[in-house]
Design a protein around this ligand. Structure first.
Ligand code: FMN
Length: 322
């Protein structure tokens, strides 16, 4: 077996790859496709606004795969907050063994309850001090993503190349690293930096199973590493997103020091749905990392993963032989 690490052994997965959770996209089909491909799929619980809807989606994943998967609990501020402690009980009740928390603060209450239920907690963050805090409250694994990453970037702006080895050196639990990884070269580089696993989100936006309109996938394939920007920094919710009319509009509102409501409204829900479902590529904003410059075609998620692992293995042999 290729690339066995503490993470593959701890989670019982084939490859040390996490298909990063994506709000509104990491629903049952996508999560099951990731886990069936040998990676760890992560269900986005905050996408489901009631406990009942969430439980149904968990059951759906269980129908579609018998491989391990995780559930993300969102700690970021949200327009439609859900009760994470209620969702944690559902997770325990459904026999899910891995959760991932992501947000501004390491979640002590969740960590304690997860431990009582025998659930492994991954905490995802963007800096050494947050990683240390997560370890101190009982996280089994810490995920760190560098400034290149798609989605929340925090405020520290540390690149993957520096952040991952710093965190690996500082912690005594396994570390998953990511941010800007989009092929076998990046994957192998992250393992060389000491990560035990690699998280990727952006490359899977163009997976066939990803529930966004084909127009948007094609636009992302045409995009380069220059086509992302950071928005919502002013309202302490900085995100790296794809540069389009909607993200430029959000940036413009920020420059004009518009109110938080106007900014959130411009960045929010319905518009995103219009883009995701109807293919109107300028309607809303979509998180996207700089690795978008490396993605080349729409294909099944399994193929993306297998090519990453194959390319990394070839490269490893080549490096050893040279
Ligand atoms: C469209 C999109 C939506 C995302 N939504 C979330 C989310 O809701 N919660 C979260 O913790 N991370 C979210 N992420 C971050 C990913 O889980 C992952 O950490 C990140 O994509 C890794 O960096 P990369 O995009 O450079 O591969 C999202 C990423 C993307 C591209």
């Amino acid at each position: 077996m290729m690339f066995q690490t503490d993470i593959t052994r701890m989670f019982g997965i084939k490859y040390p790859i996490v298909v990063g959770t994506m709000a509104h996209l990491s629903c049952a089909e996508m999560v099951a496709a990731a886990s069936n491909a040998g990676a760890l799929g992560v269900l986005s619980s905050a996408t489901f606004l009631t406990g009942e809807a969430f439980r149904n989606e968990v059951k759906k994943v269980k129908d579609l795969t018998d491989r391990p998967f995780a559930v993300n609990l969102n700690l970021f501020p949200s327009m439609k907050p859900i009760d994470n402690m209620e969702y944690l009980e559902i997770i325990a009740d459904e026999g899910i063994k891995i959760i991932e928390t992501s947000g501004n603060k390491a979640p002590e209450e969740i960590a304690k309850k997860a431990k009582e239920h025998g659930i492994l907690m991954i905490h995802k963050c963007v800096g050494v001090r947050y990683a240390l805090k997560a370890q101190s409250i009982g996280a089994a694994v810490v995920t760190v993503v560098g400034y290149e990453n798609g989605g929340a970037t925090g405020t520290l702006d540390i690149t993957t190349l520096c952040l991952v080895p710093r965190v690996v050196d500082a912690l005594n639990i396994p570390v998953i690293g990511g941010g800007g990884v989009a092929d076998g070269r990046g994957f192998l580089a992250l393992l060389a930096l000491g990560a035990h696993g690699v998280i990727m989100g952006t490359p899977f936006l163009v997976a066939e199973e990803c529930p966004i309109h084909r127009n948007l996938k094609e636009a992302l394939i045409r995009a380069t590493e220059l086509d992302t920007m950071i928005v919502m920094r002013g309202i302490k919710n900085s995100h790296r997103v794809w540069t389009n009319e909607a993200s430029k509009k959000v940036a413009e509102l920020e420059r004009q020091q518009a109110g938080i409501e106007d900014i959130i409204h411009a960045a929010s829900g319905e518009r995103v749905q219009k883009m995701y479902r109807n293919g109107d590529v300028n309607a809303g904003i979509i998180s996207c990392g700089q690795g978008v410059g490396l993605i080349k075609k729409i294909r099944p998620l399994k193929e993306i993963i297998e090519e990453i692992v194959f390319q990394a293995d070839e490269l490893r042999r080549h490096l050893v032989a040279s």
